[in-house]
Design a protein around this ligand. Sequence first.
Ligand code: 13P
Length: 301
Amino acid sequence: MQKLVEEIQKLKKERNAVIVAHNYQLPEVQDIADFRGDSLELSRMAAKSHAKVIVFCGVYFMAETASILSPDKTVIMPDTAAGCPLANMITAEDLRELKSRHPKAVSVGYVNTSAEVKAELDYCCTSSNAVKVISSLKDAEEIIFIPDKYLADYASKKTGRRLISWDGYCPTHVKILPEDIIRSIRLHPKAKVIAHPECASEVASLADEVLSTGKTCEFVKKSEAKEFIIATEVGLVYRLHKDNPDKKFYPASELAVCPNMKRTNLEKILWALEEMKNEVRVSDEIRKKAKKSIDAMMSIG
Ligand code: 13P
């Protein structure tokens, strides 16, 4: 593995590339990355980076978002088959039809959507700023929120706004059941429970905190607690252990493994860099429209 790591490092310099990895990536991929983060942190990083090439280790919509924000950079994915089933649960046509039934509604969409869907939205949001985006829409008579029904439910409860939602969900997060949380609390009574807002509402309501992966990292670092039950994709536990070696982390369910996030490995990163293959690019027309919804989110902070 060391040889592979050295070859990647060498080629990365030659190509003026930066490797970014989502918090759910395999340990060796997180370790080789220049930057790790949640969806919002990775989008910001892609927009700011001075590198010519971004090697995006995550799922397709994340690389697409990086390309929308940085069209002058070459965004490559080690494995473009790493999709997001939640993002695939709504098409641009579905959203246009929903908007036509609610012509006065402001439309907000989770970043886990295709570029075509983002092009139809007024606002994009991520799990770390969904509540903030909804709260900012004081004058909106109606708000559409797609595609994750559980994030919609959580944001609706937090803001007191009724949201017109979509029947989408993350197949990995729904594997975490309320009984997993109850059992984990019985085994680790001192641990704080942190759930991702993509978890089912019954799971989120049992948590002490409902946070994005990036906010979970921040919270754990600052917390006085020493033990944490983590209700999200298991990959985050590696990052938490690494950043906080004195604290203990218990995944709420070992079944919460995203097969798409695990498609990227070191061999594929090296091939992508060697051959500069698997470029992710969005047509100019879609990119300009989709960027408006992302910029609208960024302007909220
Ligand atoms: P975060 O933005 O919290 O990292 O979530 C991304 C995601 O796709 C969760 O499944």
